[in-house]
Design a protein. Structure first.
Length: 204
């Protein structure tokens, strides 16, 4: 990890993902979370204001020390216990069937081995547990996908390994989840970066 990855990227993520236009998507993704929750890619705690009352605790998985530091004010205002309980979504330090719900927002684009990370999320969820997500990824339109493929090397280099063109729904299903609901749409902004998939999947 270098200075750019450690000190610049977390601040860029804080600004880009912290824009108010993302709040409705965060609120939708968090709706229905309950009990013990593991959040993959906690970042600077941008989801904290949207946790529902049914959440008992949050185990936050976040590799960036600066991201956790930037979350300080949100952590202080949180109404549920939140602990930084892991650093790597690809290797979760929890036992099988440990959680009732899991949450990932704008995170699956960046994890190097996303298939392993999703398998880990499924492992730590209790049977019937729910995985809530909103992610940008491969667009539904061929013309937009072409631009995503062209721009992806630049995006990865500038945005800490973030990919524009991951097939989010397909990846979740390949990890063994059953999609309960999924909405694919374009948020405000340039379509190559604004193709979102938002939904809930269930662990078998």
């Amino acid at each position: 990890m270098g200075i750019y990855s450690d000190q610049i990227v977390p601040r860029l993520v804080e600004v880009a993902c912290g824009m108010g236009i993302n709040d409705p998507q965060r609120e939708r993704a968090c709706a229905g979370l309950h009990g013990r929750v593991v959040e993959i890619g906690f970042g600077s705690g941008l989801n904290v204001p949207f946790y529902p009352a049914a959440v008992e605790s949050i185990s936050a998985v976040e590799p960036a020390d600066l991201g956790w530091k930037l979350a300080g004010k949100r952590l202080a205002r949180a109404t549920v216990p939140i602990e930084r309980a892991g650093l790597d979504g690809q290797s979760l330090p929890f036992g099988d069937n440990s959680f009732d719900s899991a949450l990932s927002t704008w995170t699956l684009c960046t994890i190097p081995d996303v298939a392993t990370a999703l398998t880990e999320v499924r492992r730590v969820l209790a049977p019937g547990g729910t995985f809530h997500f909103v992610e940008h990824g491969l667009a539904p339109d061929a013309s937009v996908r072409k631009w995503q493929h062209r721009l992806n090397p630049i995006q990865k280099a500038c945005a800490g390994g973030c990919n524009l063109n991951r097939p989010i729904r397909e990846l979740i299903e390949k990890a063994g989840f059953q999609i309960r609901e999924a909405d694919e749409f374009y948020a405000d902004g340039p379509k190559p970066v604004a193709a979102l998939t938002l939904g809930v999947a269930v662990a078998p």
